[in-house]
Design a protein around this ligand. Structure first.
Ligand SMILES: [Zn+2]
Length: 248
């Protein structure tokens, strides 16, 4: 932090003027002067001051906006090298995400996020365990993130595996953590992995149960949520439409 504060305040305010695509400082644009417009508009990473003044709901709103940009093909022209350089001495992410390893659901891309915007924990079926909870506790209590977002997705292979009682090495134990969601899902039609509507219903229930597990198994995070310091939120990403459906 001391290193950052010693840097030129002009370049810092300019390079960090956007968070998740939303301009936070109109005056900063004028300071930039000769820099190329695209580099200025989408450069930099999130500053501590910008992150700290936002509420959990405002952070969620900006992630929703980012997904709208992605899904409509209007994502930002990211200057990743600028973001990398800007965040190298320190990080102030606004949220910690828990999402599936599925190659088609990269959270930063589908919510049009920048380097340094969020912590991201990925595991097949986006279940929690003590290591993931420890990571989330670090993210929120130590590093200052204000949102814990669990994100499931449609057509999830881990969910299908849990429905089918698939068995393979260590995967068996992982799928066992998803099976309570299979059992808890209320569904009148065919309860099989071949029925995508059922698979997606289980995936949604699995997100809800993961949110409940986070609150149950992490007194640290539950306490922070009770005091309003953080918000635990859920969402589902639709592989077909590119849209993230936030539960609230
Ligand atoms: Zn998946």
């Amino acid at each position: 932090m001391s290193i950052k504060s010693s840097r030129c305040s002009c370049s810092e305010s300019a390079s960090r003027r956007n968070f998740l695509g939303t301009s936070l400082g109109v005056a900063a644009a004028a300071v930039v002067g000769t820099a190329a417009t695209s580099e200025v508009a989408f450069a930099g990473s999130l500053s501590k001051a910008q992150r700290d003044k936002m509420t959990p709901d405002q952070i969620l709103a900006l992630m929703k906006k980012g997904n709208k940009r992605f899904a409509s093909g209007r994502r930002q022209d990211h200057n990743y090298l600028r973001q990398q350089r800007d965040s190298a001495k320190g990080q102030y992410p606004a949220a910690v995400l828990l999402s599936c390893i599925d190659s088609r659901a990269p959270a930063e891309t589908i919510m049009d996020l920048r380097i340094g915007d969020v912590f991201n924990s990925r595991v097949a079926g986006n279940i929690s365990n003590s290591d993931i909870l420890g990571s989330m506790e670090f993210a929120c209590k130590i590093a200052g993130a204000k949102v814990v977002l669990v994100m499931g997705h449609t057509a999830c292979g881990a969910i299908k595996g849990a429905i089918d009682n698939a068995e393979l090495g260590n995967l068996t134990g992982l799928l066992a953590k998803i099976k309570p969601a299979v059992e808890a899902t209320q569904y009148a039609g065919e309860r099989s992995a071949a029925n995508y509507a059922f698979v997606d219903a289980v995936a949604r229930k699995n997100v809800e149960l993961t949110m409940a597990a986070i609150r149950r198994d992490s007194p640290v995070l539950a306490g922070m949520e009770s005091s309003g310091a953080i918000k635990v939120a859920g969402s589902m990403y639709n592989l077909e439409t590119g849209v993230v459906d936030f539960f609230a």
